[in-house]
Design a protein around this ligand. Structure first.
Ligand code: NAP
Length: 337
């Protein structure tokens, strides 16, 4: 590695194995933070002020912090979602933002299906019944669940993950598929017989509504009290997207009042979910701690892709998966002229 390459400085935060940190250290000086909190924020900012690249999971970054990072060229997040990062400010400063799509698609779709199954068949509630010694006689209708196979699955946001959920539903469980997306999906329609619907129609027709759209100003509280009121009272809501896509207070009310039957939630407005949240205690809610992509294999693949994106950008071969690739291309073009 030549001296120019070695002069890169990288700040790494969370979710990187020792092997990947070593790989980064071969080409750059790396400041690694297991976590960033009040106790080490000043050190983190000092490192960021010298850094050319920032990589990690659950990165906290805002415009003011970017103003103190004049050398920063690339932010590589170990996630597909980037709603927690200031894209507009990154664009203005021509800082490349890379994410990790595709490698987490199948695992996150598995998580959605786990929540679908658990919610329909009351897995947690009935497992707790056994654990707590409440299984004393045969199980009667008060503990029966609802079929998954054959039920209508509504996918709100039929992108990479939404399509993978739809495939599981249609091919594995014989479920009719309805979907919303910004654009139509001819492949899903042809291969799975999926039908595109307006959101309100999807909500009214689906037995299971699964949220897999990104969080942004358009999808903030996409599922509010009105939307919940359109759903069948027998329906379940599954959210693997982001907490703020749903009006959580309205959801709690709908679950309490029987407006909808159940919910399976991997994401929340506040994470970690406060232990006193009603969602943590309701029998008709299955909660998981934001584990959509959290398997050994997938988290390793995400971290590897994030490292490849970071090094590709700094060293020059280019990022594999960038959110704002035009920023990098423009920088490249300017260099050539
Ligand atoms: P993606 O391929 O970009 O899919 C997003 C889909 O949402 C696209 O089909 C898009 O339509 C559609 N969409 C955009 N705005 C919409 C709106 N207002 N209403 C309905 N649909 C809308 O992204 P992905 O890789 O599937 O990931 C989706 C999201 O899942 C991520 O942004 C992330 O927040 C979340 N996620 C969560 C976890 C977890 O741990 N729980 C893990 C991974 C991802 P077009 O295709 O027409 O553009």
């Amino acid at each position: 590695m030549d001296e120019q390459t070695k002069s890169w400085r990288i700040v790494a935060v969370r979710r990187l194995s020792e092997a990947l940190l070593e790989a980064l250290s071969e080409v750059a000086e790396v400041d690694y933070f297991e976590d960033v909190d009040e106790s080490n924020r000043a050190d983190f900012m000092a490192a960021l002020s010298r850094a050319h690249g920032l990589i990690g999971g659950k990165l906290e970054l805002n415009e003011a912090m970017l103003a103190e990072a004049p050398a920063l060229q690339v932010v590589s997040t170990i996630s597909v979602g980037y709603d927690h990062l200031p894209l507009k400010a990154l664009n203005q400063r021509r800082i490349l933002l890379c994410n990790t799509p595709d490698v987490l698609t199948e695992t996150t779709a598995d998580t959605a299906f786990m929540l679908i199954m658990a919610t329909q068949r009351r897995l947690v509630e009935l497992s707790n019944l056994v654990r707590d010694g409440g299984w004393r006689t045969h199980i009667g209708p008060e503990y029966f669940g609802i079929d998954v196979h054959g039920k209508t699955l509504g996918i709100v946001g039929a992108g990479r993950i939404g399509a993978a959920i739809a495939r599981r539903g249609a091919l594995g469980f014989g479920m009719p598929i309805l979907y919303t997306a910004a654009s139509s999906k001819p492949a899903l329609e042809q291969q799975l017989g999926a039908k595109r619907r307006e959101l309100n129609d999807l909500l009214a027709e689906a037995d299971i509504v699964c949220l897999s759209a990104p969080y942004n100003s358009d999808t903030h509280h996409l599922i509010d009290a009105d939307a919940l009121a359109r759903m069948k009272t027998t329906a379940a809501l599954i959210n693997i997207a982001r907490g703020k896509v749903v009006d959580e207070l309205a959801l709690i009310k709908a679950l309490h009042s029987g407006g909808i039957r159940a919910a399976g939630l991997d994401v929340f407005v506040e994470e970690p979910l406060p232990p006193d949240s009603p969602l943590a205690a309701m029998d008709n809610v299955v909660t998981t701690p934001h584990i959509g992509s959290a398997t050994h294999e997938t988290r390793e693949a995400m971290a590897q892709l994030a490292v490849d994106n970071l090094l590709g950008t700094l060293i020059g071969s280019g990022p594999l998966t960038a959110v704002n690739e035009h920023v990098w291309r423009r920088a490249d073009a300017i260099e050539e002229t």
